[in-house]
Design a binder for this molecule. Structure first.
Ligand code: ADP
Ligand code: ZN
Length: 340
């Protein structure tokens, strides 16, 4: 078991790696506990939950709506939740986003913690203290920055995670190695078989490395001004692919990583040898590196997403594996590149 302490501006939060879900009760304060989860997680793990009232949402991003959140507020009220209550979110990123948002706003904010059950939420959502819901198709447009008291990442829970969801998490893990440390990338290459089979202790070691990469970046830039932009590696193009095709986030990010690496090579920053290694690793983790959608269509969506009258886009590129760079490019420059 390993603990990583995250120090925020006003609060601090602890990520506990490889604690079992059954031991969650050890970390709970002496308060009235309310659990928010989703129906899939509840079905498999209900017996391991601490004893407390449970609110179970429909799994999936569609549940990240204010109308659903209202129902949770009502449930809390009906069950006499007060300022001194504690919300425990048990689930993937969607549950944590909703539980964190509800806890941050109910009675102007009450204490909360998570048991993070998906690979994506363990390596990504568990760090950063962001929460929120979607509105009119805009993702996470209503939300807060607020740290949970703790996040328990029990990697044994990943055994029941559907393969498609697992792959989403691996995409962010590969991203973390690429923007931080060539050795971590080497290690993912070497230990890919064990990782794909979720073998212990390899999987928890890599989850821990990945969390530390994100934690270090977030700690130096809690409010997303500068260096935190590096976490957007693969996401500028990836988000547009996600919007256009509706494919899962991790797969879209993988396509975005390929694009950013190809662009890096085109700019003379990245060696072809390294590009090929990156593509290989993505493929090893069953991630796509191309789409049959036209690049022009993807680019149009990307431009629409940006603020008007901005004729430049900041891309996160690579000067090598583990060596990111923020490069500002004009729209024309990118247009020329994708026409090649
Ligand atoms: P994220 O990928 O951001 O964590 P979700 O919270 O939507 O997104 O989780 C992805 C899907 O995986 C959901 O359908 C959720 O119910 C399911 N899920 C999460 N954790 C587990 C788990 N440990 N075992 C089985 N299914 C899980
Ligand atoms: Zn992402």
């Amino acid at each position: 078991m390993e603990k990583i302490i995250l120090k925020g501006n006003s609060t601090s939060s602890t990520i506990i790696i490889d604690e079992r879900i059954e031991n969650t009760v050890k970390y709970l304060p002496n308060k009235k506990i309310f659990i928010i989860t989703d129906k899939n997680v509840e079905k498999i793990y209900r017996n391991s939950f601490p004893k407390a009232p449970v609110y179970s949402i429909t799994p999936g991003e569609k549940s990240k709506q204010l109308s659903y959140v209202e129902n949770i507020y009502r449930w809390l009220l009906e069950n006499n939740a007060d300022r001194n209550s504690f919300i425990l979110g048990i689930g993937g990123g969607v549950v944590c986003d909703i539980a964190g948002f509800v806890a941050s706003t109910y009675m102007r904010g009450i204490e909360f913690g998570f048991v993070s059950t998906s690979l994506l939420s363990q390596v990504d959502a568990s760090v950063g203290g962001k929460n929120g819901v979607d509105l009119d198709g805009y993702k996470n447009i209503v939300g807060t920055f607020n740290q949970p008291s703790f996040v328990i990442c029990d990697t044994n829970l990943l055994q029941t995670l559907p393969n498609d969801e697992l792959v989403n998490g691996f995409a962010e893990m590969i991203k973390h190695t690429l923007i931080s440390d060539e050795h971590l990338f080497d290690l993912m290459e070497k230990e890919c078989d064990d990782l794909l089979q979720l073998k212990q202790p390899t999987i928890s070691k890599h989850v821990s490395y990945s969390i530390k990469v994100k934690e270090k970046i977030v700690a130096s830039d809690e409010r997303e001004k500068g260096i935190r932009k590096l976490l957007n590696f693969g996401h500028t193009w990836g988000h547009a692919v996600e919007t256009l095709t509706g494919i899962p986030h991790g797969k879209a990010v993988s396509i975005g990583i390929e694009f950013a690496c190809r662009l890096s090579m085109h700019k003379g920053l990245l060696l072809n040898r390294d590009y090929l290694r990156i593509i290989n690793l993505l493929k090893t983790f069953e991630l796509p590196v191309c789409t049959n959608q036209s690049p022009t269509k993807i680019f149009d969506i990307l431009v629409k997403d940006k603020k008007r009258n901005e004729n430049r886009i900041d891309f996160i590129l690579l000067k090598g594996i583990g060596k990111p760079a923020i490069v500002s490019m004009t729209l024309d420059e990118i247009r020329d590149f994708i026409k090649q």
